[in-house]
Design a protein around this ligand. Structure first.
Ligand code: G3I
Length: 379
């Protein structure tokens, strides 16, 4: 009998947990538990040459974790322009093809991240330096990109981050780059989503951004800007199905978890209510917890990360419009958080469900409890 990925997962996490690492046995995978509430769970995955200790499916230890816990995958980097558009006139799909083949072969569903990542600093050098002679030239470049990617993968990608991070957090306005200037920010958004809808008619089309529930000034402006962007898309009839809430949440210095939650929850719910009120679905696309400012002691830190993650997910999972939850990596050993924002004490960040030795952490337990609780609300 061929098991579905979900049936296999229910047993897989238990096997992983009872392996030589002698961890406590997990009763079911995160995806299986999320499934009780009609949801799905997944993670980012990278590609690296076999033999490298990386968050890649070619690393057997990481692959085992993905296969035990997840039904959804998203490439951490390998579908970005930096990887597939190393030169203006060509595409290089080798790394992403390897991810897509792995995902398809193992029965994962695959998200496409991303067809256009707006800030200039993430463009390949040739694109950042490009001077467009006309709007038509920029339009040709973007539509060609979307059509090429979407036609190559067809129904193998069920959901795309069509545009990523179009809003400048400090101002709430659309970002100003050589590409957005050539077309106009709104026209660029409309072009990307219309082209994606034509080229991938069955895919879920997502606007993805990192506005967060923490109440800094930038977060407030960012949230306002994203709402304005979403309103504009609806008003103009642009085909967008969902808001991708990246969910790189972060513990704040000296503020107890309960205090951050107390300040964040109400305004964040107001934001989400407005978003779903406009008819958008929600996707948690890149969940992790930045513990940059949390204390060094592991037990206390893991507790804070778990409590904070749980409080956040409690709010998010209250929305039936949220179906898919993806972590931005499953294991602290490979988290992007260390590369970008290392801790002052030089210890590894602990913002994912598994620690650097592949042992499940309180965050994993909290997520499982949240998914189970959300499941019981839906039956
Ligand atoms: O692989 C090279 C390595 O050979 C080299 O020694 C090293 C030196 O810097 O760089 C390595 O590549 C890095 C790559 O990640 C692999 O780890 C790149 O410099 C680095 O820029 C790249 O960062 C990625 C970042 O996006 C930029 O593309 C992170 O992995 C990835 O997690 C991050 O993901 C973003 C989402 O796409 C959008 N939302 C925010 C999220 C986190 O920043």
């Amino acid at each position: 009998m061929k098991l579905t990925r979900r049936q296999a997962l229910a047993g897989g996490a238990a096997m992983l947990a009872s392996s030589a690492l002698a961890r406590p046995v997990a009763p079911a995978s995160l995806d299986a538990i999320a499934g009780e509430g009609g949801r799905r769970f997944g993670s980012a995955v990278a590609w690296a040459p076999p033999g490298l200790d990386a968050g890649s499916f070619t690393n057997p230890r990481y692959a085992a974790l993905l296969e035990a816990e997840c039904a959804l995958l998203v490439p951490e980097n390998q579908l970005k322009w930096q990887w597939v558009r190393r030169a203006p006139d060509s595409f290089d799909f080798r790394a992403f093809d390897a991810i897509a083949d792995y995902a398809t072969g193992r029965g994962f569903k695959l998200r496409g991240h991303t067809l256009f990542w707006t800030p200039t600093k993430w463009y390949p050098k040739w694109l950042a330096e490009m001077r467009f002679g006309s709007a038509a030239e920029a339009e040709r470049l973007l539509t060609n990109h979307v059509r090429t990617v979407c036609s190559r993968y067809g129904d193998r990608i069920y959901s795309y981050d069509v545009v990523n991070e179009a809003v400048q957090p400090e101002t709430g306005k659309l970002r100003d780059t050589n590409v957005t200037r050539a077309l106009g920010g709104e026209a660029l958004l409309d072009l990307m989503f219309h082209t994606a809808r034509e080229a991938a008619p069955h895919a879920q089309l997502v606007y993805n951004d990192y506005m967060s529930w923490e109440r800094t000034h930038d977060d407030k402006r960012h949230i306002k800007g994203v709402l304005k962007l979403l309103e504009g898309l609806r008003r103009r009839g642009t085909p967008v199905d969902a808001l991708g809430v990246q969910s790189h949440i972060r513990l704040l210095e000296k503020a107890p978890v309960a205090e951050i939650v107390r300040q964040s929850e109400k305004p964040w719910r107001r934001f989400l209510d407005e978003v779903v009120g406009m008819g958008y679905q929600l996707v948690i696309t890149e969940f992790d917890v930045n513990d940059h400012e949390a204390p060094t002691a592991i037990l206390a830190r893991d507790r804070m990360v778990a409590d904070y993650g749980k409080a956040y997910l409690d709010v998010m999972l209250g929305y039936p419009q949220l179906q898919d939850v993806l972590c931005w990596g499953m294991c602290d050993r490979y988290s992007w958080l260390d590369g970008f924002d290392p801790r002052a004490d030089e210890t590894l960040k602990r913002g994912t469900p598994y620690d650097a030795n592949f042992a499940p952490k309180p965050l994993r337990t909290a997520m499982a409890a949240d998914f189970a609780q959300a499941g019981s609300r839906h039956v």
